[in-house]
Design a protein around this ligand. Structure first.
Ligand SMILES: Nc1ncnc2c1ncn2[C@@H]1O[C@H](COP(=O)(O)OP(=O)(O)OP(=O)(O)O)[C@@H](O)[C@H]1O
Ligand SMILES: Cc1cn([C@H]2C[C@H](O)[C@@H](COP(=O)(O)O)O2)c(=O)[nH]c1=O
Length: 213
């Protein structure tokens, strides 16, 4: 089946600025007349938000890494069939805060399950459905975590409270994915002002949209 819409994911370590910048990008594109659906993983729809609560609950310290990987994949499946795919079929732009690369970086690399194993369970969950473009907000984890501590006021979840060494492995995992998917993943230096990061992300996305329209 041909894809009518466009699928963008944002990725990166905690506090890199994905949500802030992609929301601004979504607003800008909407103001230009694009139909944009903003969503997130894990979550975006009722079933997947419930799975999110289970995964991220700080009391679930006993959760096995493979259980964690399967729960992310299950949340992804439901979100894809219920929200992402219908929006793309309807010709919309879907901007998703995290997608499969989070599983590859966090569960595959940082948890040590292995990228290939995570790809197998995700291929079962999503088939061939990959983002058209992925913006990787690259930042040193200590800077991202400090941003969350300093400003965001959001509660820390079970993944946030992992060690700095874990978050450094997450970043290493992401950077290894750039070598695997050089055309799809665009790295952005996220250690700049919100305005500077937005300007670069906007340029990348507009260039892509002009190619397909
Ligand atoms: N470029 C920036 N410079 C300084 N602070 C920023 C920047 N971008 C975002 N922030 C602030 O950092 C905090 C985290 O930002 P945001 O929630 O957008 O990050 P995130 O990548 O979505 O994080 P997570 O994946 O952990 O939810 C927020 O308080 C936000 O206002
Ligand atoms: C999709 C996905 C997410 N994660 C991790 C990454 C974050 O620590 C949390 C989600 O919290 P956020 O504030 O919405 O960024 O979950 C993961 O480990 N694997 C995944 O597939």
């Amino acid at each position: 089946m041909t894809k009518k819409g466009y699928f963008i994911s944002s990725e990166g370590p905690e506090g890199a600025g994905k949500t802030t910048v992609m929301n601004l990008l979504g607003d800008k594109l909407k103001a230009e007349g694009y139909e944009v659906v903003m969503t997130r993983e894990p979550g975006g729809i009722s079933i997947s938000e419930k799975i999110r609560d289970i995964i991220l609950d700080t009391e679930h310290t006993m959760m096995d890494s493979r259980t964690e990987a399967l729960l992310y994949a299950a949340a992804r499946r439901q979100h894809l069939v219920e929200k992402v795919q219908p929006a793309i079929d309807a010709g919309k732009i879907v901007i998703c805060d995290r997608f499969i690369d989070s599983s590859l970086a966090y569960q595959g690399h940082a948890r040590g399950i292995g990228i290939e194993e995570i790809l197998v369970i995700n291929q079962f969950a999503i088939g061939e459905m990959m983002p058209d473009k992925t913006i990787l907000f690259d930042i040193e984890p200590r800077i991202g975590l400090a941003r969350i501590d300093a400003h965001s006021g959001r509660e820390k979840n079970r993944l946030d409270v992992e060690s700095l060494a874990f978050h450094e492995k997450v970043r290493e995992g992401y950077l290894s994915l750039v070598e695997r998917y050089p055309k799809r993943i665009q790295v952005i230096d996220a250690n700049r002002s919100i305005e500077e990061v937005l300007e670069e992300v906007y340029k990348v996305v507009k260039q892509e949209l002009e190619i397909i329209r």
